[in-house]
Design a protein around this ligand. Structure first.
Ligand code: 5GP
Length: 207
């Protein structure tokens, strides 16, 4: 059995990563979503164990000490981390795993899992990005300004990814990401085993 795909979606604050990921999971329920742990307070409507595992700073430090994270980062004063345990297990079982994390965390995952699929979501324009961050409304004026400035710096990191997808509408972005996933599943490098099985030892080609 081939290993599953690690699909990582990142992008600057306000590019709509969360909404896009929810729709992908609704359309592709076979994908395993990796729920992150965070020290931030739950927002209205969020449930522990659904959007995040909401844990204390003490617990977070304990998880770091126990090497329980694939990566973790401080984002806008709160800590966020990707628990490692389920990810390896699912990938080894051939299941595809989706991570939605910030740009610092994504760069760390790229180093650890080079054969992952790295997708960077872009806002259609800077004006639109500012509007989206403001609409979210849960920000103080200082934190809003901080988010917009760091969003601009983050966008420049898009060059490090394999794919960029403009989130002009959720439907368009989701369709593109689904196509990327299908194409990645068909890559020769991920299908060596089936090629070998079908051709047998006599027809093996080195590399
Ligand atoms: P929010 O608090 O709005 O849900 O998320 C803030 C930021 O943290 C977003 O950019 C989100 O992608 C990022 N984030 C969520 N989970 C993780 C994680 O496990 N690791 C890292 N590095 N960032 C995360």
């Amino acid at each position: 059995m081939s290993k599953g795909l690690l699909i990582l979606i990142s992008g600057a604050s306000g590019t709509g990563k969360g909404t896009v990921c929810k729709k992908i999971l609704a359309d592709m329920p076979e994908i395993f979503y990796s729920i992150s742990a965070t020290t931030r307070q739950p927002r209205t409507g969020e449930t522990d164990g659904v959007e995040y595992f909401f844990i204390t700073h003490e617990e977070f430090k304990k998880w770091i000490a126990e090497d329980k994270f694939l990566e973790y980062a401080e984002v806008y004063g709160n800590f966020y981390g990707t628990p490692l345990n389920k990810i390896e297990e699912r990938l080894n079982r051939g299941e595809n795993v989706l991570l939605e994390i910030d740009t610092q965390g994504a760069l760390n995952v790229m180093k650890k899992i080079p054969d992952g699929v790295y997708i960077f979501l872009l806002p259609p324009s800077l004006e639109e990005l500012e509007k989206r961050i403001k609409i979210r409304g849960s920000e103080s004026p200082e934190s809003l300004k901080r988010r917009i400035n760091s969003a601009k710096a983050e966008i420049s990191l898009g060059r490090k990814y394999q794919y960029v997808v403009v989130n002009d509408s959720v439907e368009n972005a989701v369709e593109k990401i689904k196509s990327i996933i299908s194409a990645e599943i068909c890559r020769v490098s991920r299908n060596k085993k089936i090629l070998d099985e079908l051709t047998g030892e006599d027809f093996l080609i080195e590399n």
